[in-house]
Design a protein around this ligand. Sequence first.
Ligand SMILES: [Zn+2]
Length: 342
Amino acid sequence: MKIYSHRDNNTHQPLPYFSYGQMREPLEIPQRLEELLKAPKALGLDVINAKDLGINPILEVHDYGYVEFLKNGYEEWKAVEEDLGAQVQTGIYVPDNNPGLGIMAKAAKYQADDSAPFGEGSWNTIYWSAQTALAAADALLNDKSNQSAIQVCLSRPPGHHAGKKSAGGFCYLNNGAIIAQYLRQKYAKIAIIDTDMHHGQGVQEIFYDRKDVLYTSVHGSPINFYPAVTGHEFEKGEGEGYGFNLNFPMPHGASEETFFKHVDQSIDAVKLYNPDVVIHILGFDVFEEDPEARCAVSTKGFEVLAQNMKAIDKSLIVLVEGGYTVDKLNINLQSFLKGLMT
Ligand SMILES: [Zn+2]
């Protein structure tokens, strides 16, 4: 097993934001990764620092104008004579019929909701989060001795809510989609199993009309829960991608048993697909104490989840995404890693 991260994981520091009628403290904070990185250390496992594979693998998935906005938007924001505040965020979302004249219009074009603001230093962490995932994909592409059969990426911010040209839900670059596309250089069929508490509408959007990347997601029902408008069973894909998008929404308040029942359905579908590589988007926000949880997975449950992923018996890349009970991320990740080791 190999584990990847990057030391520039803490320069993205979102500020409090307004949503659902009140100011919210940001949940996706640098301390999350500090805690996650304690887990491999406690287990005596090495963490590899990701190298730079450049911007091109990112542009294979995301629009050029969108990536350019993420990289340079903060500078443009600060250059406006009027003080617009310390982070790029407008509360306006007009993705279409928007010529993007001025940084406020660009923000309105590309930020789908208020939970993806960015400020000074954000791009550095966003970029290296994607590079951390790419490090694992690149190792697999160049693997000569089966040393990369199981790989785990520890980075922030997460990615599965980011669309081709939209940021939202703490996500900016869609790390899972970027590496699925990157792996297509060598592999014909990639399966993504998303077990984060929330539906990954970004991954769904990116591969909705394709059958070379199967997307399956287990998540809380989107009815009155983020992302609210996607994640239903009837969203199955389109064109030649019809049938290759599988959503398994859980009722809110689901037990651990119900969670695993949905995970089993997802894994069964992936086995039928017989992919070359499995990408597991792992969210610790399904944990019973997590503020975002609408189900009740225990610490021990993450060990079982890892064993289930390993039992698929394909090359596996795990991307750790959601999870906001900061003081439990260490033991929950230890539990998951133990499941991969046994
Ligand atoms: Zn989540």
